[in-house]
Design a protein around this ligand. Structure first.
Ligand SMILES: *Cc1c(COP(=O)(O)O)cnc(C)c1O
Length: 392
């Protein structure tokens, strides 16, 4: 039997979902308590309090019981009214995608779009807000994962706040992998989840909502209620003394609990540092090998995902298949606009360990060379090691 005949992935280095931490996998196997068992209601309140601590929020966050697309769509449905003028910032597939949801709830959509290997320039946002004082809501994706690029949300948030607008932030693939929190960017709705840098399965939304966003959503008669898309129904569900609108995903909450414990116990700063170091080693290796990083500049390259530009003439899908079959290493493709143009290596949660940069470089280089490339795998590995050793 050939090695490539084995069906199981050996190492999953994707841009999310990622493999979960062993402690999280164990927690998923905890007893499935009845949701109205007082023990579960108390536990649920404690998990939300842990999320509050991790998010460094002043008020209570909430959990929605579906992967973060639910949270993003619910944010659009609940906050945006037909009278709102929305400025959507698009530097990638997810940022662009939010605009389509926004358009469903208000006909007034403005957009700033930049090439998908660049980031939004805060000055362009300042200019747009000045030119269009009627803008009431701004939406931005922090880490546009299919590009592996980061937007300056704290600068953008300060501008939106000074303008008096509401800010919706997709921080699904950045939170817990770098220094980002809802209050730092003055987000009114901040959406994240456990399936990326927290190292848990992807089935929940964790959301921060500002007091003024609660007020706006509750006074919006069109905001979903008695619906899977409802945010307002969950306002008080964190409390052990309040009912749930419907049954929460008990097992997933068990997993989230363990993931938050790991994050808070290791220490957020230490967690961010290993994400950043892994990405830095990866970028150094990519370049030393003779490949190029997709992000236009290093200051916008994500610490949680490295996107490697596909060399011309290479079939990106076949490249990943080869890495999977030859070495058991699973990598991510681009999406939409970036599909076929880049390969993504995730550094998220349990895979944000510098040694995985070496694994990814070796698998990528090996697959490219097997297809006739002439990449200097040894040089790439040495350059990545040099970055790792400089930090030791
Ligand atoms: C992963 C991710 C989400 C969640 O959506 P899926 O496409 O279902 O994985 C949302 N936003 C961003 C930026 C993400 O990386």
């Amino acid at each position: 039997m050939r090695y490539s005949d084995h069906a199981k992935p050996v190492i999953t280095l994707t841009a999310g979902p990622v493999n979960a931490y062993p402690e999280v996998l164990q927690a998923l196997g905890r007893t499935v308590l009845y949701d109205y068992d007082p023990a579960f209601q108390l536990f649920y309140e404690q998990v939300v309090l842990k999320a509050k601590k991790a998010l460094r929020l002043s008020n209570m966050p909430l959990i929605l019981h579906g992967e973060p697309v639910l949270g993003l769509e619910a944010a659009a449905a609940s906050l945006i009214t037909p009278d709102d003028v929305v400025l959507n910032l698009a530097s990638g597939v997810y940022g662009k995608g939010f605009g389509y949801w926004a358009k469903r709830y208000s006909p007034h959509l403005l957009e700033i779009e930049v090439p998908y290997n660049e980031a939004i320039d805060p000055q362009s946002v300042a200019d747009m807000l000045k030119k269009h004082p009627e803008i009431t809501i701004v939406s931005v994706c922090h880490h546009d994962t299919p590009s592996g690029t980061i937007n300056p949300i704290n600068e953008i948030g300060a501008l939106v706040s000074a303008h008096g607008g509401y800010l919706i932030v997709d921080a699904v693939s950045s939170f817990a992998g770098m220094d980002t929190h809802p209050d730092d960017c003055k987000a009114d709705i901040y959406v994240t989840g456990p399936g990326k840098c927290l190292g848990a399965p992807p089935a929940l939304t964790v959301m921060g909502v500002s007091d003024r966003a609660w007020d706006k959503m509750k006074s919006n008669k069109l905001a979903p209620r008695a619906s899977m898309l409802s945010i307002v129904d969950w306002e008080n569900a964190w409390s052990k003394d309040q009912p749930f609108p419907f049954t929460p995903s008990v097992a997933e909450v068990n997993g989230l609990d363990a993931a938050l414990d790991l994050y808070l116990t290791e220490g957020p700063e230490a967690v961010w540092a290993r994400h950043a170091l892994t990405a830095k080693a990866m970028r150094a290796g990519v370049r030393a090998m003779g490949l190029s990083v997709w992000a236009a500049t290093d200051d916008i390259a994500s610490p949680t995902t490295t996107s490697v530009r596909t060399p011309s003439g290479v079939d990106e899908k076949k490249l990943r298949q080869s890495a999977r079959e030859r070495y058991g290493v699973v990598l991510s493709s681009g999406r939409g606009e970036t599909l076929g143009k880049l390969t993504r290596i995730g550094h998220m949660g349990p895979t944000a360990q510098p040694i995985y940069a070496i694994v990814a470089l070796t698998a990528l280089g090996g697959a490219l060379n097997a297809a006739g490339g002439n990449y200097r795998i040894g040089k790439g590995v040495e350059a990545a090691l040099a970055v790792i050793d400089a930090d030791a």
